[in-house]
Design a protein around this ligand. Structure first.
Ligand SMILES: [Zn+2]
Length: 319
């Protein structure tokens, strides 16, 4: 895989903020963004009021809507000011509607469907190259606003509370690959997560593939529903897979008072819940977020089933 210099990534960010007004304005707005801190089932959750994200949280991602819009990740449809760095099959671009103080989108160069299994190796490689960033993936029915154009995103580390929380949490090992990678399970504040800790890309990929094959999948789905967060830390690659069972919570489509436009994706499940409407930002409670997590994340029974499948397939497990 091609080289990627950290300097080039930082230079792109600086150049875009200097020369592209939309990006400059939106990153300046982000620095003044309103936030609330809540404790949800013992986990720290930040609620961020970010009206610019309405385009993403309210994105129509059904097949007909997708077919009738121009893909905003295809190069001919991108703003003229948006520059890029090429890396293998991908282009790294600055996200002009940020959640993170530095936020990149990493689309493939060709218009191809959002799928993880053949690209997880790229994701890990990218996380190892983009030190200081967390690379994340939203499944086609798990928050991706362009499910028809494969892409990752990257945001600065230390921003999503899940990272610090994981450092202080004891994980239950489910499987391992010699000494090079472990697959662990943990429930963080109502979010069941699988965590792959690896010192080797091949070993990490192998455990990801085993997990992928054990996740629940409904008929008609292109892949098991999931959000994935991947970052390099202390010579290790840490991948957090958050399996999903629902795209959007009931409150998203509710009528009247109970409607809240919360559409959870990687960042929300990483502990930064994005409210793009002021009314949602002001009234959402820890109980509401707990309810959303339990609705969109997998259940204890799902976890038992996944672990059982991993066992039955004969993967080396330790419990
Ligand atoms: Zn496209």
């Amino acid at each position: 895989m091609a080289e990627l210099s950290e300097e080039a990534v930082e230079a792109l960010f600086g150049q875009q903020l200097a020369e592209w007004e939309t990006a400059r304005t939106n990153y300046a707005k982000l620095s003044r963004v309103e936030e609330r801190k809540l404790t949800v089932n013992g986990s720290t959750i930040i609620v961020q009021y970010n009206p610019e994200r309405l385009r993403s949280s309210a994105a129509k991602v059904d097949r007909a809507s997708i077919e009738h819009r121009q893909c905003f990740l295809c190069k001919p449809n991108r703003p003229a000011e948006q520059q890029w760095i090429e890396w293998g099959d991908y282009e790294i671009i600055v996200n002009p509607y940020p959640i993170f103080p530095k936020h990149f989108t990493i689309p493939t160069r060709t218009h191809t469907a959002q799928r993880i299994i053949s690209r997880f190796r790229d994701m890990m490689t990218l996380a190892l190259l983009m030190k200081g960033y967390t690379v994340f993936y939203n499944g086609p029915e798990c928050g991706a606003s362009a499910p028809d154009h494969c892409h990752f995103q990257a945001g600065v580390q230390g921003f999503m509370p899940i990272e610090a929380e994981l450092r202080h949490t004891v994980l239950a090992e489910v499987a391992r690959d010699d000494t090079r990678a472990t697959l662990n399970e943990v429930n963080l504040g109502g979010r069941h997560c699988y965590v792959i800790e690896s010192t080797d890309v091949d070993a990490g990929c192998k455990l990801f593939e085993q997990l992928y094959a054990s996740l629940p999948m409904s008929e008609g789905q292109a892949e098991p529903m999931m959000n994935v967060l991947c970052r390099a830390e202390n010579q290790q690659c840490i991948t957090v897979v958050i399996p999903r069972r629902k795209h959007r919570p009931a409150c998203y489509n509710a009528e009247g008072e109970s409607r809240m436009l919360i559409s959870p994706a990687s960042v929300d499940l990483g502990g930064v819940v994005i409210a793009s409407r002021k009314e949602d930002f002001e009234r959402i409670t820890a109980e509401d977020i707990a309810a959303i997590f339990s609705e969109v994340c997998i259940t204890d029974a799902d976890v038992a089933c996944i672990n059982d499948k991993l066992n039955k397939k004969g993967y080396k497990t330790t419990n």
